[in-house]
Design a protein around this ligand. Structure first.
Ligand code: B12
Length: 167
């Protein structure tokens, strides 16, 4: 098994949004912004832009690389189904799951009840770095901020899934 320092940032796109040559019509802007913020802070993000049919590939990556945690960009609608399936598989493997994006920002409590350990509401560049510090300390960085002090972070407590706090 490799190290757990890798962070995955996953965006699913459905086949309706592919160009005639099979490439996605639009880059995963959110994941790219977030990856830049993480990389600048010394983390090792990996951006995965996937179709639903790539789920088995993602599962085998998760199992072999054991990322420290996985962030998903979420949109309401059909593209949510593979996100949910991947999130459930990750959590079964003990990999924490973070949801961000429009859907997660709109209905965070729903996401926390079902599929995510953490939700980030609104813009994520600063929150994701603090969250990364919390999940895995950074060399030379003093104690990370506790979850309840990270602006934009919404978390459910493991044993009381229905309760959540919005910072
Ligand atoms: C470009 C775009 C697309 C592109 C690319 C989408 C993509 N997956 O990246 C394409 C053309 C593929 C697309 C398609 C669709 N789109 Co669109 N799209 C947009 C648009 C115009 C810009 C999105 C963008 O790139 N923003 C720039 C990035 C940097 O900002 P951001 O996404 O908000 O990300 C920030 C935060 O949300 C957060 N964040 C995001 N992800 C994550 C993940 C983690 C882990 C964390 C911590 C934080 C985080 O941090 C980011 C940086 O601050 C928006 C409208 C808008 N103005 O936002 C609509 C919008 C997102 N789309 C929308 C919709 C409905 C769709 C479709 C469902 C349309 C359809 N009828 O099928 C499809 C679904 C996609 C699919 N099937 O794959 C809605 C979403 C509504 C909702 N409740 O989810 C929007 C808001 C438009 C609207 N007003 O209706 N879309």
């Amino acid at each position: 098994m490799k190290s757990r320092s890798i962070i995955y940032l996953v965006t699913f796109v459905t086949a309706d949004f592919l160009l005639p040559d099979g490439r996605p019509s639009y880059p995963p802007m959110a994941a790219l912004y977030l990856a830049t913020a993480l990389r600048r802070a010394g983390f090792e993000p990996r951006v995965l832009h996937l179709l639903p049919e790539h789920l088995p590939h993602l599962f085998s990556l998760m199992e072999t690389e054991k990322p420290a945690w996985i962030g998903f960009s979420t949109l309401t609608g059909a593209v949510l189904a593979p996100t949910i399936e991947a999130s459930r598989r990750a959590r079964k493997l003990g990999i924490p799951v973070v949801w961000g994006g429009v859907h997660a920002s709109t209905v965070p409590e729903l996401c926390l009840k079902n599929d995510a350990d953490y939700v980030v509401a609104g813009e994520g560049e600063e929150t994701i770095v603090e969250l990364a510090d919390l999940c895995k300390g950074r060399k030379g960085k003093a104690r990370p901020a506790p979850a309840n002090e990270i602006a934009g972070l919404i978390c459910a407590f493991l044993l009381e899934k229905v309760h959540y706090i919005i910072n």
